[in-house]
Design a protein around this ligand. Structure first.
Ligand SMILES: Cc1cc2nc3c(=O)[nH]c(=O)nc-3n(C[C@H](O)[C@H](O)[C@H](O)COP(=O)(O)OP(=O)(O)OC[C@H]3O[C@@H](n4cnc5c(N)ncnc54)[C@H](O)[C@@H]3O)c2cc1C
Length: 367
């Protein structure tokens, strides 16, 4: 393919530079090569990481573990981190975040997915993802991790599928022989719904430094702060890692704040409550992308991410719910409201999340 083709007079200025044409040719060639690699083996790709499913393990009636081979380019994760997983559902790519439940340092990674009623990705994975299948796998990310210098006393507190990131921490601590004073409190609907039950019981039997408490809905659940303190009297003095359903998160966040211990509480959310949609958004806004020198008129309501996608843009995104920050970008001018926090951002050059921000005026984004 001749380079001249990439220097057509009508092409954007950056493409007519030598670097621009090289980048463009590389992108084009990589994608073409990628296509043919994918035809040979679905796990081969030059442009993204694909992971092959090695095994599928049913944990509970609605939770399944997928063990993946992330390939040689996997950078390794820290216990508690998550990654985006891409699956193709009805011909469309669907991306979701999943905590990496396996312990760091292994050649494989595991995600444990709870089937959500009406959920696209989780239902698809439960129904169709089998050993030999391939998913897209992003880099590990997130700061819900064990500190490098381990705290003396740890509380791992989880509910339902929120056990996945803290299970990675527990596995990591066990592998490092660092289960010195760890309280693990897990809440579940019933005994059959306790994900990793056999492994948890085995670890508790082997490690005197691990105090395991499982709270079932029928036997003292849902757990509140008083119930927690009855089981772990020094709960608020422990470095705590919390992940569970929204009601559990807000209840314990409030309890830790009341006790003046908020600085000892770290949490991971799988979803975010969305504030009521703002009525202040104008019917039409112009979204200017200053880096790529493009503008779009958005005349249908939605978040900036939705409006940009409708306009044909492909901005980076992850969880689409204000958790993972993959879609964070700088808003250079204009005003937006974050539909999760209710915070209005109107100062120049503030960082915003496209997936939760709604434009209140015309907006200039550093994209
Ligand atoms: C950091 C992070 C880590 C996570 N880790 C895990 C993990 O380890 N394990 C895990 O199981 N999950 C995890 N999640 C959650 C996961 O990313 C997905 O959100 C979850 O699997 C549901 O995705 P889904 O595609 O199946 O559901 P979605 O299709 O996103 O649907 C979610 C809910 O919305 C409802 N819904 C969908 N479309 C509509 C509509 N048009 N109108 C009304 N309601 C609708 C569905 O019925 C469902 O109840 C994590 C999330 C984050 C942010």
């Amino acid at each position: 393919m001749s380079t001249a083709r990439w220097r057509a007079p009508g092409a954007p200025a950056w493409l007519r530079t030598s670097l621009g044409s090289t980048v463009a040719r590389r992108l084009f060639l990589d994608r073409a090569v990628d296509f043919w690699l994918g035809e040979v083996d679905a796990a081969w790709s030059l442009t993204e990481r694909r992971a092959r499913v090695l095994s599928v393990t049913r944990e509970t009636p609605d939770a399944t573990t997928f063990t993946l081979d992330p390939g040689p380019r996997w950078p390794g994760h820290r216990a508690g981190q998550y990654a985006t997983v891409d699956v193709e559902v009805d011909g469309a790519r669907v991306r979701r975040c999943y905590s990496l439940a396996s312990r760091p340092g292994e050649r494989t990674v595991a995600i444990t997915v709870k089937r959500v009623a009406g959920g696209r990705a989780s239902a698809f994975m439960h129904a169709h993802l089998r050993p030999g299948g391939v998913v897209g796998l992003g880099d590990p990310c997130g700061d819900f991790v064990l500190p490098t210098v381990l705290p003396a006393r740890i509380l791992l507190l989880s509910g339902g599928s929120g056990i996945t990131p803290v299970m990675s921490m527990l596995r990591d601590l066990a592998a490092r022989d660092a289960l010195c004073d760890v309280a693990f409190v897990h809440c579940a609907r019933s005994r059959d719904d306790v994900i990793f039950r056999a492994e948890l019981e085995g670890l508790a039997a082997r490690h005197r430094g691990l105090a395991l408490t499982v709270v079932l809905d029928a036997e003292g659940g849902p757990l509140d702060a008083a119930g927690l303190v009855a089981r772990v009297p020094d709960a608020f003095e422990r470095d705590t890692f919390l992940c569970g359903p929204e009601g559990m998160m807000t209840a314990f966040e409030a309890a830790w704040a009341r006790e003046g211990a908020a600085h000892r509480l770290r949490r991971e959310r799988f979803g975010a409550p969305r504030a009521a949609p703002t009525g202040a958004a104008p019917p039409t806004v112009t979204l200017r992308l200053s880096r790529s020198d493009r503008s779009h008129v958005a005349d249908a309501p939605g978040t900036l991410l939705e409006q940009l996608e409708r306009a044909g843009e492909r901005p980076a995104f992850g969880c689409r719910m204000g958790i993972c920050n993959a879609c964070r970008c700088t808003r250079r001018a204009g005003a937006v409201v974050d539909t999760v926090t209710g915070v209005v951002s109107r100062e120049p050059d503030e960082e915003i999340r496209l997936c939760t921000s709604v434009a209140l005026t015309d907006v200039d984004l550093a994209l």
